[in-house]
Design a protein around this ligand. Structure first.
Ligand code: MGD
Ligand code: MGD
Ligand code: MO
Length: 716
């Protein structure tokens, strides 16, 4: 999130794309409704379903799943053709606008209507609504990302905000509501297969940086790998780890996977879940570290699983990072119950028994404070260095002193600081950065320009055109020694830059000049390392529109995409829709969480939502001959099938079926209830929606396409 949940209170209009906060982020609703009621701000909801947010919204836009890039580029084009773009902002703070404009020109209201199903007049109407009510707060969540072009779709959202000049402004920004409470923290620590912590990438320099932070010999780390070349190769992702076992697509690794550790992971969150089952039955070892026996405990046929009961968040303490980039301290409520142990404890024991403790644990004396200190010392890229455990705790103790509207403490021990010291917080006396890229404030008071990553000039691969990457003259934070754009700071300590200088002299030098350590650049509309340098529409891999597959085909197949070959072109079959005529999409309900191990084991929540269901339109129901509450079979092209209850509703249209993905404990019509260890059976079991989510993965991130795909449905 560039801004914060609270900052939405200042929006003059709001647009939510594939985001349903009344179910998934209920706490955010107070700020959204505040803006609606106090500022008379319209709420535009872009979703294939008429959601609970749509019920509170002012403008509902029904898009066909997977077509948001076309809709967004359509809004961008409508803004430009009507002259509503922020010309001053674009000329001073944005690069690649002209190239982008040429691409956006294709998406006329009529073209957008054909692709997305949104009436042409509505495209221009919404563009005008946003342009006339600035700043707009733009939010996207999973409905925007879980597609094979998800990485293009989200860039289109950012481009709209640049064109409207809504970045770096209170009430504006791109506000991506994050998932689990600490998912921002987990992302920042890069619990990912293609990066070291704090987005340092996978390179020799990044490893050397973290070796210095950990105080571990680089050659020792290197010796842990089979060969040096594996150190810098992306690993398997969570979406497709099981391919490392079943190898339905070719893998690029010297050995198939033999063991898997699932640490706080509800496995039925994986698409094509019936293929995950196949992997369980082939693995030598599965370890589950979780307060609950997840569906893993009951799905496999082989005796190859260990369940290590971990304690919950209430039985331990430590720092977590909120969706608004605020760092908070979580205090322990009770000691670990039953025979559970904290995650720290399980991890420390593992590290000891595997023989790494002398290297990795030598500087961790006080748990968890020393862990927070270590990650702060190393995570300079995102300014995690100013938030010491002591400062974080001080903020928690003085919670009531922070203003609900701007999150700043007015007086008291945290005077002038922003709640949770939202990163980047560049030093122990920095207040935190409540809004990213805001040049109206000095850097030492929480202001920032756009980040420079690509020097001063770049040649665009697509057109050969040269573009300046630095912000224009006069564009800088108040008090900046350089009155315009500048490159990142380096060589203050020879051979280092602001990201790798552990003495932090480089960062301090920048701050003393009123400048940002990472430079002052333009935001880019062109990403020359992506296959689509400017976002375009490509039909969903499994599309209901053969005519559009021809016009907007997917990518060529991609070899070695996170170690596994990934099908695009060879998977996009225009005939598929004949046998699988309905579009499937999935999402959340407020009563259940993720794969549901926790919430289906809670008797109150289980009672509120006891049944797995599919939302189907009355026309669909009538055509297959089922009534509300009767059972249906839904089948995927990959051979998955589930038996679920029909919820007949006009929330979805007659081409679309919606499923929640929180259920588990059943498998293709069979209950697995009797396989849970005694006393641990959840109150509610149901078919995992992910048994029928389709093949398909984003071209950059490999996120699974759980928000589009095809299926067939029949009466059970
Ligand atoms: N109660 C509860 N809260 C949660 C969670 C939970 O499981 N339960 N999970 C947390 C996590 S991990 C996350 S990531 C967030 C997710 O939060 P959200 O992303 O808001 O939740 P979803 O319901 O998955 O998806 C949002 C909407 O996307 C729509 N959608 C589907 N396909 C498309 C599409 O192609 N285009 C558009 N525009 N919209 C589409 C769906 O109909 C749905 O209404 O929620 C978090 N909060
Ligand atoms: N069809 C479909 N599939 C989806 C999505 C979708 O929208 N549609 N959304 C995707 C998204 S955005 C996400 S984030 C994933 C979520 O997928 P997962 O993260 O795999 O699902 P959760 O059920 O949230 O898993 C959390 C697990 O952590 C355990 N847990 C809770 N507290 C602790 C703790 O303190 N320590 C340990 N060790 N464990 C703990 C819980 O019991 C639970 O089993 O699902 C993805 N899958
Ligand atoms: Mo998530």
């Amino acid at each position: 999130m560039t801004n914060s949940l609270n900052d939405i209170r200042h929006a003059k209009s709001m647009i939510f794309i594939g985001s349903n906060p009344p179910e998934a982020h209920p706490i955010a609703m107070q700020h959204i409704l505040h803006a609606k009621e106090k500022n008379n701000a319209p709420i535009v909801v872009v979703d294939p379903r008429f959601t609970k947010l749509a019920a509170k919204g002012t403008d509902y836009v029904r898009v066909r799943p997977g077509t948001d890039a076309a809709y967004m580029m359509g809004l961008v084009n409508a803004v430009i053709t009507n002259g509503w773009e922020d010309k001053d902002f674009l000329s001073k703070r944005v690069a690649g606008f002209e190239e982008m404009k040429e691409v956006a020109a294709h998406y006329t209201p009529e073209v957008v209507e054909d692709i997305t199903g949104v009436p042409a007049a509505d495209v221009t109407r919404v563009a005008k609504l946003l342009a006339m009510n600035r700043p707009t707060s733009l939010t996207w969540c999973m409905g925007g990302t879980q597609h094979h072009i998800g990485s293009s779709i989200v860039r289109a959202f950012c481009i709209l905000q640049l064109v409207l000049g809504n970045m770096g402004k209170t009430g504006g920004g791109t506000n991506i509501f994050r998932g689990h409470d600490n998912v921002q923290g987990a992302t920042d620590m890069c619990i990912l297969s293609h990066s070291l912590p704090a987005y340092y990438g996978l390179s020799d320099g990044a490893w050397q940086h973290w070796c210095r932070v950990w105080d571990v010999d680089y050659d020792y780390i290197k010796s842990r790998f089979k060969e040096k070349e594996w150190m810098n190769k992306k690993g398997f992702t969570l979406s497709r780890w099981y391919e490392g076992v079943i190898q339905e697509d070719k893998i690029h690794q010297y050995t198939p996977l033999k063991a898997v550790f699932q640490w706080g992971c509800g496995p039925n969150s994986n698409s094509q879940y019936h293929k995950v089952k196949k992997a369980y039955d082939m693995l030598d070892l599965i370890v589950v570290v979780d307060p609950f026996p997840t569906m893993t405990a009951v799905l496999g046929e082989k005796d190859n699983i260990y369940l290590l009961p971990s304690s919950s968040q209430y039985e331990t303490s430590g720092s977590v990072t909120s969706t608004s980039r605020q760092i908070q301290w979580r205090h322990k409520v009770v000691d670990p119950v039953h025979d559970s142990r904290t995650d720290y404890d399980i991890m420390a024991d593992l590290v000891k028994r595997l023989g790494f403790a002398d290297e990795f644990y030598k500087n961790i004396k006080q748990v968890p404070e020393d862990i927070t200190r270590e990650l702060g010392r190393g995570s300079l890229t995102i300014g995690y260095n100013g938030q010491s455990p002591e400062r974080i705790k001080k903020h928690m103790e003085n919670w009531h002193m922070f203003d609900i509207d701007d999150l700043q403490a007015k007086g008291g021990p945290c005077d002038g600081e922003y709640y949770g010291m939202p990163w980047p917080c560049w030093s122990e006396d920095h207040p935190g950065t409540p809004i990213l890229y805001d040049i109206s404030k000095p850097v030492m008071e929480g202001g920032l320009p756009f980040r420079n990553r690509f020097g001063s000039v770049a040649t665009y691969v697509m057109s050969g055109r040269e573009e300046v990457q630095l912000a224009a003259k006069g564009v800088c934070n108040p008090g900046s020694e350089e009155p315009g754009g500048y490159e990142e700071f380096k060589d203050v300590v020879p051979g280092t830059n602001w990201k790798t200088d552990l003495s932090q002299k480089t960062i301090k030098e920048a701050l003393s000049k009123g400048m940002a350590p990472f430079g002052n650049a333009r935001a880019r509309c062109v990403v020359w390392t992506f296959p689509d340098q400017i976002p375009i529409h490509r039909e969903p891999l499994h599309s209901p529109r053969p005519d559009l597959i021809e016009k907007y085909p997917t990518y060529p197949d991609k070899e070695n995409h996170y170690r596994v070959d990934t099908r695009y072109e060879s998977e996009q079959d225009p005939e598929l829709v004949k046998e699988f005529p309905y579009v499937i999409t999935t999402g959340r309900m407020v009563e259940h969480m993720g794969a549901g191990a926790e919430t289906r084991s809670n008797k109150y929540l289980a009672e509120l939502q006891p049944d797995m269901y599919a939302e189907i339109h009355p026309r669909t129901a009538n055509n297959i001959g089922v009534r509300n509450g009767e059972m249906v079979w839904i089948e995927s092209p990959e051979g998955g099938k589930i038996k679920v209850m029909a919820k007949v509703t006009e929330r979805v249209d007659d081409k679309t079926i919606f499923l929640p993905f929180h259920y588990g404990g059943m498998f293709m019509g069979e209950s697995l209830s009797d396989k849970y260890p005694e006393g641990t059976e959840p109150y509610v079991v149901g078919e995992p929606g992910n048994i029928i989510t389709n093949y398909g993965y984003d071209i950059i991130t490999q996120i699974q396409t759980t928000k589009d795909g095809l299926c067939k449905i029949s009466r059970a």
